[in-house]
Ligand binder design. Structure first.
Ligand code: UD1
Ligand code: CA
Length: 457
């Protein structure tokens, strides 16, 4: 049987006023990526061959984010918010091109899983023209109700239009829907706006399909799958659900986490085998940790690669472009940005290494700073294999330290240092014998005199 083609239409024209934010709703993030990106990922993972999104006016940022994740996404504008069916029809050109399955997904429902979308597609494969996701929320208020007759879905009633009897139904509409591509336009164009809101409701597709002699079904899923985000409270709740999913997946894949509930992960965090993560570690987007590495407590990583057997933290910060080779050690209060540490290199305490290469086995002493920014531009520091950088060294970039070179403690390095050389730049020390002792004697003498004066008066 040939593979069925699938068009996913992501609705993202809502303003999201209740987020009380200047950021468009679908661009808020959970687990290090936008709500929109989560939805687009789930759609791709469910085998979508074509992706379209429907955006509102002033959509620049939303479109840019969508293109970042799917360069070929088709973007359609819905100028006026006239309902979910109207929004879907904004992507009419994409629908008209023809696909076996059409998935309609809300941009603010980031927890929907690919397997749930696949189930909707499965219902179409088995002959339904419309398949919707049903769920039983603790509190059904505000949701459309699924009116069932036996195993068949008869209609979806929006709460505003429902009778008191219908409002008692516990099975609600999760919002996401699959439509058979062949009938989709015929169904959608029949939807009218004769309801309490005067909007074109996608949910009317069910009753219309039945009128046309087609089949509609509901597929029940968990509340988490269809959790919609309207407020910052719901955003935080979704984050908690997602973090729990990511932690469980990491544990199941063999990562050791002593206190998983304190570890923050991103949707794209990647772990090798035998990785250990101590409590209170944050993984921002774009982190890969290879086999056998350990990330110690209170470390913050983002856009970084941690090589095999490397040790990071406690209290380390890896910023974007940090690339640690095999067995590298990055210790407490060390910040690394856009810098490559080659195998076995170490920076164990209190350092800033940015825009740099640290050669194999080199040792960076406590308090070493790469002075990479001159107020206008960034410059690079190159530290050779096996070099030894003494404590409290300032490396004024651009600068090169040759293989095996030594830098004396406290040096401000402004010129390249050849391989095997020693560079030392510090003021000469002077020692004045007995000086401190004499100072104390003079001070004691002065104190005695003032005390005597005070007694006399
Ligand atoms: C919708 C369903 C309801 C279901 C609920 C689940 C309809 C008519 N109702 O209601 O049955 O229980 O979801 O959460 O579908 N959008 C646009 N353009 C529009 C209108 C909406 O792009 O003109 C987008 C919104 O940005 C949002 C999605 O469509 O992502 C859903 O719209 P929303 O207004 O939130 O629908 P609900 O009232 O929640
Ligand atoms: Ca909603």
């Amino acid at each position: 049987m040939p593979r069925r083609t699938c068009l996913a239409i992501v609705l993202a024209a809502g303003e999201g006023k209740r987020m009380r934010s200047r950021t468009p709703k679908v661009l808020h993030q959970v687990a290090g990526r936008s709500l929109l990106a989560h939805v687009m990922n789930a759609a791709s993972a469910a085998g979508t061959s074509n992706l379209a999104i429907v955006v509102g006016p002033d959509h620049g940022a939303v479109s840019a984010d969508a293109r970042k994740y799917a360069p070929k996404v088709q973007i359609f504008e819905q100028l006026e918010r006239r309902g979910t069916a109207h929004a879907v029809l904004s992507a009419r050109r994409a629908i008209a091109r023809g696909a076996d399955d059409i998935l309609v997904i809300f941009g603010d429902t980031p927890l929907v899983r690919a397997e749930t979308l696949s189930k909707l597609r499965g219902a179409l494969r088995e002959g339904a023209a419309v398949a919707v996701l049903g769920f039983k929320p603790a509190n059904p208020r505000g949701y459309g109700r699924l009116v069932m007759r036996g195993r068949e879905l008869v209609a979806i009633r929006e709460e505003r239009d429902a009778t008191p009897e219908e409002r008692k139904i516990g099975l609600c509409n999760g919002g996401l829907m699959a439509l058979a591509g062949k009938q989709a336009l015929a169904i959608l164009t029949r939807i009218g706006n004769a309801n309490a809101n005067g909007e074109y409701y996608l949910t009317d597709a069910v009753a219309i399909a039945r009128d046309m002699g087609l089949k509609a079904v509901a597929i029940e899923t968990s509340e988490d799958d269809v959790r919609g985000i309207n407020t910052k409270v719901q955003l935080a709740e979704a984050e908690a659900v997602l973090q729990q999913r990511l932690r469980m997946a990491a544990l199941k894949a063999g990562v050791t986490m002593i206190a998983p509930e304190t570890v923050y992960l991103s949707a794209d965090t990647k772990f090798g085998k035998d990785v250990t993560i101590e409590p209170n570690v944050v993984f921002g987007p774009g982190v890969t940790v290879d086999d056998g590495a350990t990330i110690r407590s209170f470390s913050h990583l983002e856009g970084a690669h941690v090589g095999r057997g490397a040790r990071v933290g406690p209290f380390a910060r890896l910023r974007p472009g940090a690339d640690l080779g095999k067995d590298v050690h990055i210790g407490n209060f060390v910040e690394v940005k856009e810098a490559k540490f080659e195998a076995g290199a170490k920076a164990n305490h209190l350092a800033y290494i940015g825009d740099a290469r640290v050669g194999e086995g080199a040792n960076v002493g406590a308090g070493t700073i790469t002075c990479n920014y001159d107020g206008v531009a960034k410059h690079r520091t190159d530290i050779g294999k096996g070099a030894f950088i003494g404590s409290n060294t300032a490396l004024v970039a651009p600068v090169k330290i040759g293989d095996g070179a030594y830098i004396g403690t406290g040096t401000v390095v402004t010129k390249d240092v050849p391989a095997g050389a020693l560079a030392l730049a510090r003021a000469k020390q002077t020692v004045k014998e007995g000086w401190a002792k004499r100072l104390r004697q003079v001070k004691a003498l002065g104190k005695n005199l003032t005390e005597k004066k005070a007694k006399k008066s």
